[in-house]
Ligand binder design. Structure first.
Ligand SMILES: NC(=O)c1ccc[n+]([C@@H]2O[C@H](COP(=O)([O-])OP(=O)(O)OC[C@H]3O[C@@H](n4cnc5c(N)ncnc54)[C@H](OP(=O)(O)O)[C@@H]3O)[C@@H](O)[C@H]2O)c1
Length: 252
């Protein structure tokens, strides 16, 4: 029986990934802060489903999650937990931003490192890092979030190249959706400026892409074209466009 660990499994894309993998017969280790939801999911899934409620912004949380998984063979790590903060950089809260860096970057870095070492040793395993199309751009008004997802995209593609050169059978990729209809906007305090896709579609796309060995997974044609186009536009122009796009997300 194959086993997957999913962070941020209590809502949105992560919850949909859990449902999909459960239907495919995977055993799951679920994580998030909301213990009640994790408990309900574990009851519903039954079998060997395990869960650990923790806040990934806490200093030792990622290591604790890794330790929790010792003795279980994890075949698929999904680093999905993440959130955004909207506002001008001079006005957003520093401690909330440091939390964002801890969850979106630090925890992803630690979990990727710890599990990847095990996967490389046995030459099997998959990692899916849930980044964002924000990971290809600078994002005024969501600056820390965009910067954090740039980190995830760059880290993932760099590791992917190292694995390729080693001839490793370990798979790593990043899911990079545009807007997805989840609780993300509520937490970030924004509204949609473009039509979102469903979390189910994003989850299916990321899982199918990982199984197919894909590196960067951008779910819609519109967003794919947007990312390609952004490579041909000077950064100064692109950042102006992103500002206008983000400004439309402001709840007034
Ligand atoms: N929605 C979008 O438009 C969009 C677009 C591109 C990429 N993404 C990315 O997709 C991923 C999933 O987000 P979503 O859209 O599904 O949003 P969501 O519905 O808000 O889900 C976020 C998940 O992350 C977990 N999480 C947040 N802070 C955490 C913390 N401190 N410690 C542990 N877990 C934490 C939440 O669980 P608890 O609340 O139980 O802690 C929840 O399960 C994120 O990485 C996000 O950046 C989202």
């Amino acid at each position: 029986m194959k086993r997957a660990l999913i962070t941020g499994a209590t809502s949105g894309i992560g919850m949909q990934m859990a449902l999909i993998l459960h239907r495919q017969g995977w055993e799951l280790v679920l994580s998030g802060r909301n213990e009640k939801i994790l408990q309900k999911m574990a009851e519903k899934f039954g079998g060997e489903t395990k869960y650990l409620a923790l806040d990934l912004s806490e200093r030792d949380a990622a290591q604790r999650l890794y330790d929790f998984c010792q003795g279980m063979k994890i075949d698929f790590l999904i680093n999905n937990a993440g959130f955004g903060i909207f506002g001008e950089f001079t006005e957003t809260d520093l401690s909330a931003e440091l939390e964002l860096i801890d969850v979106n970057i630090r925890a992803v870095h630690i979990l990727t490192k710890l599990f990847l070492k095990d996967f490389v040793k046995r030459d099997s395993g998959m990692i899916l890092n849930v980044a964002s199309s924000a990971g290809f751009l600078s994002g005024p008004l969501l600056s820390s979030y965009y910067a954090s997802k740039n980190y995830v995209v760059r880290l993932t593609t760099a590791i992917r190249e190292e694995l390729r050169r080693k001839g490793s059978h370990v798979q790593i990729g990043a899911l990079c959706p545009g807007p997805v209809d989840t609780n993300f906007n509520n937490r970030a305090g924004v509204t949609f400026s473009a039509k979102p896709i469903t979390p189910k579609f994003a989850a299916e796309y990321g899982i199918a892409g990982t199984f197919a060995g894909k590196g960067l997974m951008i779910p819609t044609l519109g967003m794919k074209l947007g990312v390609i186009a952004s490579k041909f536009v000077p950064e100064e122009l692109a950042v102006r466009f992103v500002y206008e796009l983000q400004k439309r997300k402001e709840i007034v």
